[in-house]
Design a protein around this ligand. Sequence first.
Ligand code: ACM
Length: 550
Amino acid sequence: MPNAAVRTAVAVATASLLVLSGCSAESDAKAEFSGIVPAPARFELTDRGAFTLGERTRLVVSGDGAAAVAETFAAPLRTATGFELPVEEGAAEASDIELVIDPEVEGDEGYTLDSGADGVRIAASAPAGLFWGTQSLRQMLPGEIEEADPIEPEGGWQVPAASIVDRPRFAYRASLVDVARHFFPVDYVEQHLDRMALMKMNVLHLHLTDDQGWRIQIDAWPELTGIGASTSVGGDGGGFYTKDDYRRIVDYAADRFITVVPEIDLPGHTNAALSAYPELNCDGVAPKPYEGVEVGFSSLCASPARAEATDRFLTEVLAEVAEMTPGPWIHVGGDEPLATEPDDYLDLVRRITAAAAATGKTVIAYHEMGASTELPPGTIGHYWDLTAGHEMPANRRGEPARPYPESAGQAHAFLEQGGRLVLAPADKTYLDMMYPDRPAGPLGTELGTRWAATITLEEAYGWQPEATIDGLDESDILGVAASVWTETLSNAADFEFMVFPRIAAIAEVGWSPADARDEEGFRSRLTTLGAHLDGLGVAYREVGGVDWPG
Ligand code: ACM
């Protein structure tokens, strides 16, 4: 690479900097590259001239795992461009994209990217970093690169000349999807994974079970899906993943360096399981399947009379889920145990977490399980209550909503027992919370809920994870999650309207160094992200203050 004169655009590129960079001023400003989401740790536009992806472009790889990354990156590019884009080893030329494993690059997920008229070079010490580098390059290409049918953009497949040094702030950057309240099929989950990859999110947390549905095949307990998967909220039908379906999701995710975290929510939120197996109920009577939206009415039975069935259920279900899970984590829920006596809850938490730990996985649980002092060492706490100082809005009857005075202490209990925290405060990261202006969704219905807050794009973006609860050190935080609960979301259009673009704000909070974040720059960079989301057919909400393409 030549010794480029580097412009001073540190951390974020903005539309105005692009004018300085000399990129085709005559082309439609909206179609121009305005920067990458999430903001790289260091981003500089250079004057080496744009790279053009063309007929002759090859992906030239070196090092273990680079070819597989190149194939995953190249597949959609071949569709969009019609170019062959072969993956080869050897010497790279100016028309090529090089993907190089280089042990000098910092961090398992870190990468460097240099682009210019003399070629593109992405380097990383591990394949995950190379992959994230390709996702930055993906955003530097015109949004048409996402189209399923080849449409060459005006001006060709140009990549601005830039130099990037990047690595994530947090190791765990999750999208939590509730497939229990409404089921979303494998094809849609794959689409969502592709959108997560674009934003460098690396954990798909699937909320697989709840009162309204059980969504994962368990061979030893077939009625969990035979009976428990037939319903969803509002009588919208059921659905579940067979083991083959689930493996498809896991494999598709793994190709994109995304780990699937399966959640079996216990001991509450279990009506679907209880409706399938009478022996799990204290009174031996299976409740009816449930299609409402209330929470906190179901529980596994702590009674010794049900211990054999309950412990066999825990052991066998969690073992089968772990067997389908190549990733290191298994999530056992634990939230809102309003139908479980406190002593019974502690007893069940001990049995649930022991069964989960016996699978060899690291256990993750919602903060409520921090009430226990007997967690397996290193259990990860998933904090979903409000950020410190945030007041919950009054409920519909005008009563102050229920406070959660103990939740911060419960989160700290995970740290005291050797674990770390995933932070997902409902007033910042719950993407099913309404926008304050409560817009109708794309299909004309009211979407979302407001029990924790209403959340603007700016409020999601302004979240500071380290200030979520008092007394946190950066090293206490494993990562962040953007959650979407689907009581009111039954189809792709409604889901996307609530999730996008606020998920991009949380993706940036999770990836970018705190000092690389700035709201104006983020809004500007959403123009480019929007062009890619358009190419992917995402029905995002065109929130105000962003120059959306199109
Ligand atoms: C939750 O929102 N109950 C995890």
